[in-house]
Design a protein around this ligand. Structure first.
Ligand SMILES: CC(C)(COP(=O)(O)OP(=O)(O)OC[C@H]1O[C@@H](n2cnc3c(N)ncnc32)[C@H](O)[C@@H]1OP(=O)(O)O)[C@@H](O)C(=O)NCCC(=O)NCCS
Length: 206
């Protein structure tokens, strides 16, 4: 059986591990809280980031299952520079167009849909029952949360987080490092680094 090293032994890691198993991988976890954390449900946690770097050659693939978009991308880039390879993990119930392009280290969770000619960057999370419509372009380490719907030809920058159940109007441009709050409706372009909430979505000023 192919062996996958998964970095990040928390809730998202459990989803990643199950989807990996459904795709024929055997999973071993690493986490920076090791050795305080040495198991996750029935999986073993056997080391931290440094241990994984030292033992990369023992694995057929590597996956960073950390929720924070910037940390996930930085870790994937670091492992990539050391020669690690990252599978695309797609839950069997997800529907991914044959014309979509999905970057390495991206996970597509249960019942998500990625439609024709969509491009999804590396290290992204396409959440449960979310939809990415035709011709969308998602940067690297974007997280589309469960139940969010991204309409056609939307462009989303690196490390942006689309919250639970949010909707994004077709052809919108959302910058990098944006947070779209849960249940927001994005109907205008959003600049880099902003947090937007509400229907229609407006900048959250705190
Ligand atoms: C937008 C968000 C990031 C803001 O979080 P935060 O910085 O901790 O902000 P707070 O919870 O302190 O809220 C600040 C204000 O914004 C409002 N607010 C927060 N989230 C909101 C949302 N999604 N829609 C509308 N208003 C929202 C709060 O009511 C509060 O208003 P007030 O100052 O009038 O009381 C967060 O609420 C959110 O929606 N996160 C997405 C969660 C998600 O999708 N999880 C999926 C995990 S897979």
């Amino acid at each position: 059986m192919k062996k996958l090293a998964v970095l990040g032994a928390r809730g998202h890691g459990k989803d990643v591990a199950e989807i990996a198993e459904l795709n024929g991988w055997g999973v071993v976890f690493f986490d920076d809280a090791f050795p305080s954390v040495n198991s996750l449900a029935h999986w073993s946690v056997v080391g931290n980031t440094q241990d994984l770097l030292a033992g990369l050659q023992s694995f057929d693939g590597c996956f960073v299952a950390i929720g924070n978009n910037r940390i996930r991308l930085a870790k994937q880039q670091m492992f990539s520079e050391k020669g690690a390879t990252f599978p695309v993990l797609i839950h069997p119930s997800a529907v991914v167009s044959r014309y979509a392009v999905i970057g390495e280290g991206t996970v597509i969770k249960a019942n998500a849909v990625v439609n024709t000619f969509a491009k999804v960057g590396v290290a992204c999370i396409v959440g449960t029952v979310s939809t990415i419509a035709h011709d969308c372009v998602l940067g690297d380490s974007v997280h589309v949360s469960p139940g969010a719907n991204v309409a056609g030809a939307v462009i989303i920058g690196d490390c942006t987080w689309i919250g639970l159940g949010a909707t994004v109007r077709q052809c919108s441009k959302i910058g990098a490092n944006v947070v779209v709050g849960a249940s927001a409706a994005v109907v205008k372009d959003v600049s880099d680094g902003l947090t937007v909430v509400g229907v229609p979505a407006k900048v959250l000023i705190m």
